[in-house]
Design a protein around this ligand. Structure first.
Ligand SMILES: [Zn+2]
Length: 273
């Protein structure tokens, strides 16, 4: 639970970058890895217990992402602030960008915000995070490098009284090619894999993959792991090892299937379906 340490915006610039680029295709992004709250917002009017729930952050994905970055020798870009401050996987102005209530828990500090207060959160948290991702992708594309956007998330095992059976879900919308290949590899491991479950990727409910994957016509995949599997270090390590093994396999299959030469950028024409 490393995100807990970063509770002061002076110590946490809002964006944390992990891993070193070892020349592979993957860029990892984690919109909900952090749970920090800028000090000027206090505790948001939400108890520490509730802020530590799934409504505050994607439990366990910080450990998975950082271990995965190390194993893949890839760069990981993380948002360190809680999604209760502003959700970095929502377009600015989206009804759930700054939530007033989440899974039954009111967020009093988010009620009756002025336009200036909203803009301040966007300018200091949302936009710098996405600008950092854009910077990473721009540099790679300028160098003519193959680039695959991997969005990492985790989901709560139970929602609205319903238990969720999937251990992992892959979300996709306009370009499902890489998601389908990775889904098949995960199923071969004997896992119950959600196909656009527990959530479907859409133009409006998501922001990161539509912005950095779909609009730029970059191969991409959005991965959701069930939180009870990764809320402890051994589980995080297990999932990082699994994804570090399967993501390169999925990418190799992608290159074979769609005629992309590893080392060259995916043909933009073939990138959207
Ligand atoms: Zn998430």
């Amino acid at each position: 639970m490393t995100g807990e340490a970063m509770t002061d915006e002076k110590a946490a610039p809002g964006v944390a970058v992990y891993g070193t680029d070892g020349g592979g295709p993957f860029v990892l992004v984690s919109d909900h890895a952090g749970r920090a709250v800028p000090s000027y917002l206090g505790d948001l009017g939400v108890s520490a217990e509730d802020r530590a729930r799934h409504i505050g952050w994607d439990i366990g994905i910080d450990g998975v992402g950082r271990a995965l970055a190390q194993k893949l020798q890839a760069v990981l870009i993380e948002q360190v602030y809680s999604r209760l401050v502003i959700d970095c996987n929502r377009a600015p102005g989206h009804p759930t960008s700054i939530v007033k209530i989440s899974d039954g828990t009111p967020v009093p500090t988010n009620h009756a915000l002025t336009a200036e207060q909203i803009a301040y959160r966007e300018d200091t948290i949302l936009h710098p995070y996405h600008a950092r991702i854009t910077q990473e992708l721009d540099a790679r594309l300028k160098a003519g490098r193959p680039t695959v956007v991997v969005a990492l998330h985790s989901f709560t095992p139970e929602m609205g009284g319903l238990k969720r059976p999937w251990q992992v879900g892959l979300l996709h919308n306009h370009d499902k090619r890489l998601a389908v290949l990775l889904m098949e590899l995960l199923r071969k491991e004997g896992l119950t894999v959600g196909d656009n479950e527990p959530y479907a990727l859409t133009d409006t409910s998501d922001y990161t993959v539509p912005t950095h994957g779909e609009k730029r016509q970059l191969p991409h995949v959005e991965i959701e792991i069930r939180q009870d599997l990764i809320d402890h270090p051994a589980g995080q390590e297990e999932w990082a090892a699994r994804l570090a093994r399967l993501l390169p396999q999925a990418w190799a299959l992608f290159c074979q299937t769609y005629g992309v030469t590893p080392g060259a950028q995916a043909d933009a024409e073939g990138a959207m379906t």
